[in-house]
Design a protein around this ligand. Structure first.
Ligand code: ARG
Ligand code: GLU
Length: 726
């Protein structure tokens, strides 16, 4: 009898728990200050053992203090009291590449500092901590009210909002806290505002990285793909002055002692276990209307897919021919390919899951609700959005073509175009002035013609890009200078480009040296690369200005549309679109079924690395040492109970670009992995979360530790970390 009671009770409880989960469990990139009111109960129901203040505590150090912005667009996790930071290999890639040459090829061989003095500084790289997060909606709205212009764009203006932030904390505070910056960011299209107090450390040193054959194993073929076998991590250390304050690189700087660092768990997990990620997702668009969904598919994504396919094919041919070119273009190729494949996955999801219909339904619901609530502004906002998307079609296509094919596709569009003062100096007689101008021109030339530039590659790709651009854009809508191609070169793009590479001052160091020897103001003024680049930039400016008119109207209407949705769903927790601010997402470690009768598990192992090995394909070469360790099954304490070595896992967490390097934690808040990718079936989640398809791809922390310890022998680093043993 009693037993039956318990069975019944459990069934009831289970049903209640199940029913209590929202329709799209695991969706959301949540703001940390709202955890308690929005998500804590559900997180606990899924297994979380922590309290909200363990994760986010405005008064005391909490988990959020161990999560940093790494560089411009990644996340990192702090893992030692000496400022050690883990992030992805692809996030540290630029730094690793910058220290690499054909002689010291850290990209190929990996790098490990065995003493702190060997840790390598990286000018331009910084790590940012978020000290405080504050809801300032009331304050900002009050300030905005002072502006009587109904079309003012202040409500989204970073300049305006950041000035408000400075005003709010006061100059004195900023002076007293070196390296501290404040910013206010709009959320929900400008319906809410948060202020962030950030501390930025500019001395960040490279401590270690595995060879690319591990850190980038599977390279572009496997990018955005699960099951995955990449050891996508690198190790850095944050340095500070002796008081722990941010300071530019100096030999006297010391490792930062952070407020908080993460514990690392090598206990492992099971399918279904709770997982959460804190990081800095960059951008999502889940408040798109159906028209914007179509625009994204038919213009943005379509142009990108078409142009990059052409560009990458040519680039790869050159890279495979020559090791030097391969190093020079590896980073450019990877970043090009990355967004390319994302666009393909995005269009797949838009079509397959019919996002247009999903958004249409959302719009219809709002219209009905607006009618009932006697709020015609929502219908008006929707009409405006529809009109704007239709009106900007042509301009938007031209802009995407210009950006992708010309500005990105043709590298010599970044030759120095600011040459008026050099010309002026050369026309005068003041030797000092001439020297100063020539030296700044020379610097600008070397910034363009840097060690990663190959004129041969640029020449080859330019021809392809220009031909495609001209095929799709009518002459009257091309940058002015393109007339020359038709008149002087009779429309022969190849001839035109070859000529540019022959005669331009900036086409080679030899040409530039010749110019320096006999500088002629006329030659500089009339240089064809300069004229070409100027004309292209002028066209970009004109397009941006024309588009801006639509942009403003769009933003005003979008704010009202989002406001309507927020009000309509006032009794459900809402998450604002990603905007590179700190967010938390949670879910479960879980596999998925990509198609009928096919199931992918949630954990990959080193066995899979060996299965994928292909010594004839650079993307799948396995380093000898890793094979030896595998043969010996020498996994130390990091192996699974069945003797295998874990490599990667996937989880239902809702992540996007910018979440790379984000710490992935278990129910106790202990680090179990680093997020580094998403499955391509899930990239549509930037518009609409796909519970049955979307997975974060995460490198298992046990693989990271195994590589640091057993592969690299950097045991001092392991000793520095707080590891929770089995
Ligand atoms: N897809 C991942 C992200 O969006 C990884 C990119 C780096 N890897 C690559 N093969 N391009 O950033
Ligand atoms: N690799 C991405 C990044 O660099 C994360 C993948 C995604 O878009 O989810 O942030």
């Amino acid at each position: 009898m009693k037993e039956l009671y318990w069975i019944k009770r459990t069934v009831v409880l289970l049903c209640v728990a199940f029913w209590a989960l929202p329709a799209k469990a695991d969706e959301g990139m949540w703001l940390l200050p709202l955890l308690r009111s929005q998500q804590l109960d559900e997180m606990k129901a899924l297994g979380l053992k922590l309290q909200d203040y363990d994760i986010y505590n405005p008064e005391n150090a909490s988990l959020k203090d161990a999560v940093v912005i790494f560089g411009g667009g990644c996340t990192g996790g702090v893992v030692s009291s000496d400022g050690l930071v883990l992030t992805n290999h692809h996030c540290g890639y630029g730094a690793i590449q910058a220290h690499s040459s054909v002689e010291h090829d850290y990209l190929t061989d990996g790098f490990w500092a065995t003493t702190r003095s060997q840790e390598l500084p990286n000018p331009g790289l910084s790590v940012t901590f978020i000290d405080q997060i504050e809801d300032v909606t009331t304050f900002v709205k009050k300030e905005l009210k002072k502006d009587k212009n109904p079309n003012s764009m202040n409500f989204l203006s970073p300049k305006y909002l950041n000035n408000l932030a400075k005003q709010k904390v006061g100059e004195k505070f900023l002076k007293a806290n070196p390296g501290t910056q404040v910013e206010i960011k709009p959320f929900f299209g400008g319906n809410q505002y948060y202020m962030f107090v950030k501390k930025i450390y500019p001395d960040v040193r490279l401590v270690g990285a595995p060879p690319s054959s591990i850190g980038k194993f599977g390279a572009d073929t496997d990018n955005w793909i699960w099951p995955r076998h990449t050891g996508d991590f690198s190790v850095f250390r944050v340095y500070a002055d002796k008081n722990g304050n941010p300071a530019e690189y100096s030999e006297n700087n010391v490792p930062l002692h952070p407020k908080r660092w993460m514990k690392i768990s090598i206990k492992g997990f099971n399918e279904g276990d709770f997982a959460m990620i804190i990081g800095f997702p960059g951008r999502t668009n889940h408040y798109y209307t159906s028209w914007e969904v179509a625009e994204r598919r038919d213009i943005d994504n379509a142009v990108r897919i078409n142009i990059r396919e052409l560009r990458q094919k040519a680039m790869l041919e050159e890279m495979l021919k020559d090791l030097k070119v391969r190093i020079q273009y590896s980073s450019k190729y990877a970043s090009s390919e990355n967004a390319y494949k994302n666009s393909i996955g995005s269009n797949w999801a838009i079509n397959k899951r019919d996002f247009e219909a999903v958004k249409r339904a959302e719009q219809a619901a709002l219209l009905a609700w607006g009618k009932e609530a006697n709020a015609p502004q929502y219908e008006n906002a929707l009409l405006t959005l529809e009109q704007i998307v239709s009106d900007r079609k042509d301009l938007r296509f031209r802009k995407w073509m210009l950006e992708e094919a010309i500005l990105r596709g043709i590298e010599f569009t970044s030759v120095p175009t600011d040459v008026d003062s050099v010309v002026k100096a050369l026309k005068g007689k003041d030797m000092k002035c001439i020297q100063a101008q020539m030296s700044s021109l020379s610097n600008a030339f070397h910034r363009f013609f840097d060690k990663n530039y190959s004129p041969d590659v640029d020449r080859k790709i330019s021809k392809i890009m220009l031909a495609e651009y001209r095929r799709l854009i009518p002459s009257r809508s091309c940058p002015e200078y393109f007339d020359i191609i038709d008149t002087k070169y009779k429309g022969n793009v190849n001839h035109f480009i070859d000529e540019l590479f022959k005669i331009s001052i900036f086409a080679s160091p030899e040409n530039f040296a010749r110019f320096v020897e006999h500088p002629s103001p006329k030659a500089l003024e009339e240089d064809p690369m300069v004229l070409f680049a100027r004309s292209v930039k002028k066209e970009r400016k004109a397009l941006n200005e024309s588009l801006q008119e639509f942009e403003d109207g769009y933003s005003l209407a979008h704010r009202i549309y989002v406001e309507g949705l927020l009000k309509m769903r006032a009794d459900e927790p809402q998450w604002p679109d990603a905007n590179s601010t700190m967010r938390l997402t949670y879910g479960q470690v879980k596999g998925y079924s990509p198609r009928d009768c096919d199931y992918y598990g949630c954990q990959t192992t080193l066995d899979g690395v060996m299965e994928k090995e292909d010594s004839t394909n650079w993307e799948f070469v396995v380093p000898k040492r890793l094979k030896e360790l595998y043969a010996k099954q020498d996994f130390g304490p990091f192996g699974l109970n069945d003797g295998k070595m874990p490599v990667a896992l996937c989880a239902t967490t809702h992540t996007t670009g910018g979440n790379s390097g984000s710490p992935v934690m278990n129910a106790n808040g202990e680090l179990i992995g680093l997020n580094f990718d998403r499955n391509w079936e899930g990239v549509g989640g930037d518009i609409e979360y796909l519970p049955e398809y979307q997975r974060s791809i995460i490198v298992d922390i046990r693989y990271v530790l195994f590589l640091i310890d057993k592969y690299a022998g950097a045991t001092d680093l392991i000793k520095e970390m707080d590891i929770v043993l089995k």
